[in-house]
Design a protein around this ligand. Structure first.
Ligand SMILES: Nc1ncnc2c1ncn2[C@@H]1O[C@H](COP(=O)(O)OP(=O)(O)OP(=O)(O)O)[C@@H](O)[C@H]1O
Ligand SMILES: [Mg+2]
Length: 282
């Protein structure tokens, strides 16, 4: 009797273990699929899935990798189109500007020249965005945080713009300085555009990360739009800021560059009004 019960218990344990192993075999590839799908971002597509294992898993992994390749191709095609379009627009715009400059004075000449300068800037932004998507050329190097921040602020102050440095720790960081400069300039340009002034503050986090924040006292951004504005061509019209020109690319470029320097950008509203745009460098 006892022997029979023990036999059954052992059988149940063996069957249970086998069942558990079988479930694990099925679930493990699913976990890998979930991780790969979550890692699939337009800025960084993540690694390919390994095409090994039972035939069903291999077929699913192949389908996933082919989908990943189609997305890469689609993004590259769009970037190429943007780059080609922006590039081709440059010549006629330059021609129009030269014609307007050479033409005899006419009533709306100044306004036309202003519009053309703005169009030229937008086209250049388009080219810069397309280029950023490809250019990975800059190397990481050690830069002194104080000099970097002071020199960015000085560039703005020299042309009479209200950019101040509130605080920064001493020491150096390892980064791609041109990319970082561009990110911070895009944040500062926004603060100047939408708030009239920008404050730069850097600090070190408890895990050794460096946070560089650009703060202003402007209108801020509605909480539910804080993520959306980081996407290309997304703009919001603020009250009292109507007519402020822009392509909606500044933050998208910053986001793209941040990925390239292993940083992450974050936007948040200040409790007393205004926006903080910050980059965390690990
Ligand atoms: N400091 C800020 N204060 C308030 N709103 C902001 C601020 N920074 C960005 N925004 C909002 O986010 C939107 C997207 O910003 P982004 O820099 O990407 O584009 P843009 O400034 O409109 O154009 P571009 O930078 O291409 O000239 C802006 O249109 C603006 O509505
Ligand atoms: Mg901007």
């Amino acid at each position: 009797m006892w022997a029979a019960i023990c036999g059954h218990v052992v059988l149940l344990l063996v069957l249970g273990s086998l069942g558990w192993i079988a479930i694990k075999q099925v679930v493990q590839p699913l976990a890998k699929f979930t991780a790969a799908a979550n890692a699939l971002q337009p800025e960084q597509l993540g690694p390919q899935l390994s095409e090994t294992g039972p035939s069903e898993v291999v077929a699913a992994a192949k389908a996933f990798n082919e989908m990943r390749a189609r997305i890469t191709h689609h993004i590259e095609e769009r970037i190429h189109l943007l780059s080609a379009f922006s590039h081709d627009m440059q010549t006629p715009i330059t021609r129009m500007r030269l014609r307007a400059e050479l033409a005899a004075d006419f009533p709306e000449r100044e306004k036309l020249l202003q519009d053309l300068a703005e169009t030229e800037r937008l086209v250049q932004e388009g080219i810069a965005y397309a280029k950023n998507a490809h250019v990975k050329a800059e190397d990481f190097r050690t830069v002194d945080l104080t000099s970097l921040i002071e020199s960015i602020a000085a560039d703005y102050q020299d042309t009479g713009r209200q950019v101040s440095v509130v605080a920064h720790p001493k020491g150096s960081i390892v980064t791609k300085p041109r990319a970082l400069r561009r990110i911070l300039s895009n944040f500062i340009d926004n603060s100047l555009k939408y708030a009239g002034a920008a404050e730069i503050a850097a600090s070190r986090g408890s895990s050794g990360e460096t946070v560089i924040a650009i703060a202003d006292r402007g209108p801020g951004i509605a909480e539910d739009l804080l993520d959306a504005v980081k996407k290309p061509f997304v703009r919001i019209e603020h009250m009292n800021c109507e007519g402020i020109a822009g392509a909606g690319l500044g933050l998208a470029i910053a986001q793209q560059l941040a990925t390239e320097i292993q940083g992450s950008i974050n936007l948040r509203n200040r409790p007393a009004g205004g926006l903080i745009a910050e980059i965390t460098l690990f």
